[in-house]
Design a protein around this ligand. Sequence first.
Ligand code: CP3
Length: 365
Amino acid sequence: MSTLADSPFLQAARGEQGERTPVWFMRQAGRSLPEYLAVREGVGMLESCMDPELVVEITLQPVRRYGVDAAIFFSDIVLPLKAVGVDLDIKPGVGPVIADPVRTLADVEAIPDLTADHVPFITEAVRGLVGELGSTPLIGFAGAPFTVASYLVEGGPSKDHARTKAMMFGAPDVWDALMRKIAGIAAEYLRVQVEAGASAVQLFDSWAGALTPRDYAASVQPHSARVLAAAGELGVPRIHFGVGTGNLLGLMGEAGADVVGVDWRTPLDAAIGQVGGRAVQGNLDPTLVFAPTEVMLERAGEVLEAGRAAPGHIFNLGHGVIPATDPDQLKRLTEFVQSWRPTSEPSSSSPEPSPPSSPGPSASA
Ligand code: CP3
């Protein structure tokens, strides 16, 4: 039995080649699990997130069922906003909805900064969890400034993030104040989780893929960097993830990540070439769990093989578990990843990043 510090997940997150590749799944807790649906019966999403006993139970469910190598704290990226008093709800099938969208400097200034006193239920839930989890690490998380800003400015989910980007392009002072406000809240929210016992953190910038590299670098990266720097002072590994970020991976690494999360659209070997020698997480297409098991496992094997070129690789899906996913498929996938071992020398074991056009994932030997 490994201890927490030398668990496969933390080894890979620190960029160490451990004995095997660890695995967990984004949104591993949630609607794909019948036991989740059972305990959520008649309880609202935000209400569940503020009930420590329920948070502990829901976070542990996928760990019990799959034996994954890490737990992710059950919460939501808008929870800290709710905690400081922003009027919002999480609507089933829709996502976060904000009653009074943020449009002006006065709107930004009306949002209080977060302190630990706003989230005693988070501290309680994390403490309860680390007691139960033993040598399995708990990942704390926060939403990154751009993704959270999108919900606040649009008032809800958006395809093109047009109002958000209009603020970024047209009202840089308001944008800067909003991004600083959210970065401060995210940093404090992560601090609460780590001080209560979380072993790693993930910053979710799910919608960063809506940005060009130029705008990401100028208007978003500095704010995410502030959150990651604050988390770095806590001494835990930091994972930085976004969707559709094939052309942003280098910048997302430079923002201060120890591990860059890769979505399923980017081949993992190409991603590894972009992230400047950092560890990577990902990136099986989440729809592959709907394919025949042998097809899913063959593709998973390709992801594992490609991951060997990175200093550390954490296996994951390339975005969250889709609610219709069959948990038995995720169980098979977990067992496959945990029993997989490299069969030959890696195709690129040098610390130099491989070029984006490097050949396929199979070993050349
Ligand atoms: O990974 C996990 O198991 C931890 C739980 C988790 C949730 N939300 C629970 C949740 C995490 C890490 C999040 C983060 C989150 N929330 C993100 C970033 C990750 C990503 O998916 O890109 C985003 C963009 C949100 C905002 C949000 N909250 C969306 C888009 C939705 C889904 C809306 C829907 O119903 O389709 C939510 C609600 C939500 N968050 C659910 C869960 C389990 C579903 C609500 C329910 O069960 O009733």
